[in-house]
Write a protein that binds this ligand. Structure first.
Ligand SMILES: C[S@@+](CC[C@H](N)C(=O)[O-])C[C@H]1O[C@@H](n2cnc3c(N)ncnc32)[C@H](O)[C@@H]1O
Length: 475
């Protein structure tokens, strides 16, 4: 949830609900899952009841809807306020959803919908639409709602988090109340519209987002620890619909698969501009393998290492955190990420090896390697120094470490612990300073370091994120 969207919702609350703070109001938020923030606190009044609705279980979700088009879970005329932000663009047949918004609103109930008119594609898990004022007005008319306000933020307002990129549109509307006879006639009309549009409707299933929006399914049996080569290129790769791409990649067919990060524009900087020609590389945590295949194309012989599925990632403990549910959802998502690696491995006709093993017990006979790569891995590990130490055992020449850069942490060799009971962070442990990495590698014998700062495109919100890369060599 970017800052400008929250500001728009706050404005709606101030202008349309502030007078009603003492009334009992039921507020439903469509697409409420807390990916990076939510509206919940804006509706924090003693007599208001906020209900977060989403298609998947997760943070800030009170009600999981079976489908976005028929909300059997919510009674007609039962809700005072419906809000939604950054959700409608992800609903394929969103006009049907508008009929459901109108159905559940009480006569006289109000609604605030916020959705982008611009910004990069961000498949969560699909990205179908952008909204202009006339389109918002059309949606209101279609669902027999009275538009009270329609606007688009055409002009940048200087939000530091990149919010301006979305140029969000806002629709504020009211369900008219013209008396029982008119209201019933209107409901009947909507019912016929809804029925004709949903009969035989097939909403194509798509890969879940990674990892937050993965459905909570029973995990398949855990794979035993094993060391294996990646699937030989002749073997059938997992089909695309069973893949989740962590990195944005272009397939040889020309199709672009959008991931969480698009490293393509600045991949050289991300890897410290190291020359990979003729070098052997041990890459820890390749995810979808964009870096693997990039380094291979640059002339490296790459061995990529992922932890066994029963390890998944190091989970940060928290008293109120449901680790079991999280692991289930994450397991499902990680399987799909690994499928994406195998899929790309096949398409690239790659010779890279994928080893599934713990770094700490990886036999030294697997290497040695000229170069070790730890890109966006340390922040997810309980003991970053140990991970560097274990990698160093296998590397004869160069270690590359890339991490997010937080200039507020200053120049000291610092690791800031991120998990906080108020901010549920299951899989991200640390914000590290470049000095912490440089000093650690120095202690491990890699004393000649070069540091660079660069920006990488986080696809899910279009923000250019500052990152640092340390390239450290043995003398
Ligand atoms: C955020 S992704 C980074 C992917 C890729 N290296 C990049 O920079 O875009 C983190 C990767 O680290 C792996 N990983 C997470 N915890 C790990 C651990 N304890 N040991 C080794 N790898 C781990 C994950 O499976 C995943 O592939």
């Amino acid at each position: 949830m970017h800052a400008s969207s929250r500001d728009k919702m706050r404005r709606f609350v101030d202008q349309h609900l502030a007078q009603r703070r003492d009334q009992a109001l039921v507020v439903h938020d469509l697409g409420s899952q807390d990916v990076n923030g939510s509206y919940r606190d804006l509706f924090d009044a003693p007599r208001w009841r906020y209900v977060g609705m989403d298609m998947v279980a997760g943070d800030n979700v009170d009600l999981v809807l079976k489908t976005p088009y028929t909300w059997r879970e919510v009674a007609s005329n039962s809700v005072d306020v419906v809000v939604s932000g950054q959700a409608l663009e992800h609903v394929r047949y969103m006009w049907i959803t508008l009929l459901e918004v109108a159905r559940i609103l009480k006569p006289g109930g109000v609604c605030c919908l916020i959705a982008p008119s611009s910004g990069p594609e961000h498949r969560y898990p699909v990205d179908c639409w952008r909204f202009y004022p006339d389109g918002m007005d059309t949606l209101a008319r279609f669902a027999q709602l009275d538009a009270l306000e329609v606007s688009t933020q055409w002009v940048p307002e200087g939000y530091p988090d990149g919010s301006d990129a979305w140029q969000d549109s806002v629709l504020i509307c009211r369900k008219p109340d013209h008396g029982p006879w008119w209201n019933t006639k209107s409901a009947l009309k909507r019912w016929f519209q809804h029925r004709s549009m949903t009969q035989g409707l097939v909403d194509v299933p798509v890969a879940p987002a990674f990892p937050a929006a993965a459905p909570l399914v029973a995990p398949p049996p855990m794979a035993p620890v094993r060391t294996e080569p990646a699937a030989p290129s002749g073997a059938t790769p997992p089909p695309l619909e069973q893949c989740y791409f962590y990195h944005t990649v272009q397939l040889p067919t020309g199709q672009t698969m959008r991931g969480q990060w698009d490293l393509r524009p600045a991949v050289g900087a991300y890897l410290g501009n190291v020359d990979f020609a003729g070098r052997s590389v041990l890459e820890v945590g390749p995810a979808s393998g964009f870096l693997t295949f990039h380094m291979e194309a640059a002339g490296a012989a790459v061995t990529a290492l992922e932890p066994p599925m029963e390890h998944l990632w190091d989970v940060a403990p928290s008293p109120e955190f449901d680790v079991i549910a999280w692991r289930r959802a994450f397991h499902h998502a990680i399987l799909r990420v690994r499928n994406s690696f195998q899929h790309l491995h096949h398409l690239h006709n790659s010779q890279a090896r994928l080893i599934v093993d713990h770094l700490e017990t990886l036999p030294v006979t697997t290497g040695p390697f000229d170069v070790g790569v730890l890109a966006s891995v340390l922040l997810h590990c309980r003991s970053p120094f140990s991970v560097m130490e274990h990698l160093a055992r296998h590397v004869t020449d160069t270690i590359i470490v890339t991490e997010p850069y937080d200039e507020n942490l200053g120049e000291l060799p610092v690791c800031r612990l991120l998990p906080d009971p108020a901010v549920k962070q299951a899989d991200t442990w640390w914000a590290l300073t470049p000095t912490f990495v440089v000093r650690s590698l120095e202690l491990l014998g890699f004393s000649q370091s070069q540091l660079s700062i660069h920006h990488q495109l986080r696809e899910i919100d279009g923000v250019m994120v500052p990152m640092f890369t340390v390239v450290a060599r043995r003398p």
